[in-house]
Design a protein around this ligand. Structure first.
Ligand code: CO
Length: 433
């Protein structure tokens, strides 16, 4: 763990911040990733199409809020093992209810549902926009983003809540409805505003997946700009780094010895049980079809999986200076110390000694330090898609991530150097033996 990182890959971090800003919803994350993959020569495959024509090179598949991409080096046999980077596209937030226009006491408000593990206080007094996906009558869908201050969940003044600093109690139903106007509720008003932004006829919209986001742009922070602050760093850092690794692998002078794969799933924050989540068959199906497309059979697929390795990359806890006692005293990851390798004996993380060694080896070869993480025994441990992927596919998996603070907050913090370091290690991981 000796290398130090005093140089910042500003280009990578700037691009991450642009990625996050352009990606307020999982559907936008997928679009931002696809855009970068297309630019690098990856071609989209649709699940309903025949994949057997031209099976080499870069390919990607989109299913709702999930994206799977892979690169087949020229002449790679059908049983070539996979090197998988797993990540997730969703972040905890507030989602718009089917009948959104509501109000109280002379205010116009929007009804919202809490998605995932949201620290509700972090959504108070922020200027919020709305984004997501519209489902049109003709079966098509359209991305939409109103990236301007439209809504706000106002905190109750301290004069009316004198004990607020002893613990803020927020009721998910009563206290989280944002306001956006005065007067009586106007049915259809929010959808009308969103339709206008999307350039769609409101009468053509039959369904939607809409959510709120903080419109404050991402940025650098700190005495020496050592940190970045943004919404949704969990887990767009990993999706962005995974895309960078895949693009680097596809463009490398020496073709990768394995088949690099990026699996960016939706719905991790609510347990991964969906058509586009890690608990579903999406990854297995797509990997299987990629083998079939190259003329391989069931034996080739099983061999490719048996030799596979998966890195599940997700946000990790840096030690919090004001709550250091909540962390294990021997494991205090810090920002800009390189990727964190997460261990949990109870399999909340899938890392075992062999997986740890595989990832630490990739760090060494990339000249990047790493930091081990394990929870304090009195604290519940988080989890990610690592154990799910390991259990579903029977693939050796290691859980890693970037150390950050304010995880799941409406605005999170991490080191400015770590995203680039993660991308370097992932590139080494997906291309090496
Ligand atoms: Co996460």
């Amino acid at each position: 763990m000796s290398p130090t990182h005093d140089t910042l890959d500003r280009g990578h971090t700037d691009d991450l911040l642009a990625f996050v800003r352009a990606s307020p919803s999982p559907y936008h994350v997928v679009a931002s990733a696809a855009q970068r993959l297309e630019k690098a020569g990856f071609a989209e495959l649709r699940e309903r199409d025949d994949w057997t024509a031209g099976a080499e090179g870069g390919r990607y598949v989109v299913r709702a809020g999930a994206l799977l991409a892979w690169y087949v080096p020229p002449g790679a046999p059908a049983h070539t093992p996979f090197r998988i980077v797993g990540a997730h596209t969703d972040s905890p937030n507030l989602r718009v209810k089917p009948t959104p226009d509501t109000g109280s006491a002379g205010w116009r408000q929007i009804a919202v549902e809490v998605y995932g593990g949201v620290p509700l206080n972090t959504w108070l007094d922020r200027d919020l926009g709305v984004s997501g996906r519209l489902a049109l009558r003709d079966g098509s869908s359209r991305l939409v983003c109103v990236d301007e201050p439209l809504l706000r969940v106002p905190q109750l003044a301290i004069h009316l809540d004198r004990t607020v600093n002893e613990g803020l109690a927020l009721d998910r139903q009563r206290h989280m409805a944002p306001l956006w106007g005065l007067g009586d509720p106007r049915p259809g008003a929010l959808l009308g505003r969103v339709a206008e932004a999307a350039g769609a006829d409101v009468s053509e919209i039959l369904g939607w997946d809409l959510m709120l986001h903080d419109v404050q742009p991402p940025g650098y922070l700190g005495a020496d700009e050592e940190f970045v602050v943004a919404s949704r760093l969990d887990n767009q850092i990993s999706v962005h780094a995974g895309v960078a690794a895949l693009v680097a692998a596809a463009g490398a002078a020496r073709p990768p010895a394995r088949i690099p794969v990026l699996a960016a799933f939706d719905h991790e924050e609510v347990g991964s049980g969906s058509e586009s989540g890690a608990q579903g068959p999406l990854l297995e199906r797509v990997l299987g079809r990629s083998v079939t497309a190259r003329g391989g059979g069931a034996e080739d697929f099983d061999r490719a999986l048996a030799g596979a390795l998966c890195v599940s990359s997700d946000m990790s806890h840096a030690v919090h200076p004001n709550y250091a006692e909540r962390h294990d005293p021997g494991h205090h990851p810090l920002p800009n110390g390189g990727p964190v390798i997460k261990v949990n004996a109870n399999q909340r993380y899938a890392t075992d000694g062999a997986g740890f060694a595989a990832f630490a080896g990739a760090c060494e070869r990339a000249g990047v330090s790493w930091q081990p993480f394990v929870s304090h025994n009195a604290m519940p441990c988080g989890t990610s898609i690592g154990p799910i992927t390991a259990a579903r596919l029977g693939v050796a998996t290691v859980d890693v991530g970037v150390a950050g603070l304010s995880m799941h907050s409406a605005r999170e913090l991490c080191g400015a150097r770590d995203p680039g370091l993660l991308a370097r290690v992932l590139t080494e991981f997906v291309t090496s033996q």
